[in-house]
Design a protein around this ligand. Sequence first.
Ligand SMILES: Nc1ncnc2c1ncn2[C@@H]1O[C@H](COP(=O)(O)OP(=O)(O)OP(=O)(O)O)[C@@H](O)[C@H]1O
Ligand SMILES: C[C@@](O)(CCOP(=O)(O)OP(=O)(O)O)CC(=O)O
Length: 422
Amino acid sequence: MSVYQATASAPVNIAVIKYWGKRDTKLILPTNSSLSVTLDQDHLRSTTTSRADPAFTQDTLWLNGKIDEIKAGGRLETCIREMKRLRKEIIEDKDASAPKANQVDLRSLQLSEYKVHIASYNNFPTAAGLASSASGFAALVSSLAQLYSLVPPLVSPSTLSLIARQGSGSACRSLYGGFVAWEQGVRPDGSDSLAIEVAPQAHWPEMHALICVVSDTKKGTSSTSGMQRTVETSTLLQHRIKEVVPARMAAITTAIQQRDFDTFARITMADSNSFHAVCLDTEPPIFYLNDVSRAIISVVVEYNRLSVERGEGYKAAYTYDAGPNAVIYALEKDIKEIIQLVLAYFPQTAGEFKDVLGVFGGSVQDVNVHAKIPEGFNDKVASKWEVGSVKGLIHTKVGDGPRALAPEEALLNADGIPKTLA
Ligand SMILES: Nc1ncnc2c1ncn2[C@@H]1O[C@H](COP(=O)(O)OP(=O)(O)OP(=O)(O)O)[C@@H](O)[C@H]1O
Ligand SMILES: C[C@@](O)(CCOP(=O)(O)OP(=O)(O)O)CC(=O)O
């Protein structure tokens, strides 16, 4: 009997214009458009295998080897149901004699009527403010799209993004590589609230990112509940939605198209600040940044001041999601200097984090030997922190969209059970 199984991986994305607020919590329709950079899956990714089988008795999902309950009416159920519906609508209803591999078994069920087993694995901490829900739901939708043959040119990533969006808003942007906008849309049914590609990865491959992991534990206020509270209580959010974001979306799109890093950096930092300002304007206030986050901001601000003084314009852009971890965007030519600077203020545990060693062209036991403050930098802007204040550094760059993986990469065994559990 045929095996109906597919594996896909999907990237994390980190927004430079932040999504914060829903106008419809069930359909996950945002109060403003947003824009992100997709990060390289060679570093951070979710991998998901989906399998449809007439012998399965219920839809089941394992996340990192543990069953994740698919609650009725919940986000996982919505995504799985919508992918089955799309399969039925686009393929099965159109062609009763659909290709054999997509067709029937002894009980005359269509593929979309089989129950599915899904195994997913994140190669980085889940629910720690590293956008696991974004890569996770994008990988889920991508693996089901492969399984159900809902692939281009029949189905575009934008169409799939409509479904990933209902898993987690930011997930819709992980359906594309490169630079991606999530257009808020106006229709009440959400059919125009989708992701579009602003520029592919190849347009600006020099865009690198340094993730400073300040905390890898579960955060206090989830994005979902935090943004809802902001919508209900913040007056500043209304100004952000109406006046601030639309102009920034247009300006940063142009900056990306023109590969204008200085403007890209100014807008990115301004929007991170605006997002954290509306968090503070929430009742009761929400604090995602901590003292380490703020020290990183001070270091980046001084670095940019020096860069302007040198006539080079802004060279680093910090941005923070709903947690204390910093993502610093910078061009490839400057990333080494920035990593050296970060090491000078936030020393790493010797021998542990090797994710930044690539730029130093070799391996040493203690990455801290590379710490260096550029000449002319006012080193009083922040104090030097203890080892471990920044727990890890991940050097990555702009990356591609979801990938279809080979059968050998499957996370399910021949019985449709995660290989790690068998
Ligand atoms: N690989 C995955 N497959 C399916 N669902 C996932 C996957 N990874 C994460 N999720 C879902 O996303 C939730 C975590 O989302 P949450 O928003 O709390 O954290 P985060 O995405 O790391 O942070 P943020 O979105 O604020 O950056 C998990 O509890 C799980 O429900
Ligand atoms: C701060 C953010 O990262 C918020 C992300 O929120 P989520 O997409 O995690 O929220 P839900 O739609 O409720 O799942 C900004 C962004 O990614 O644009």
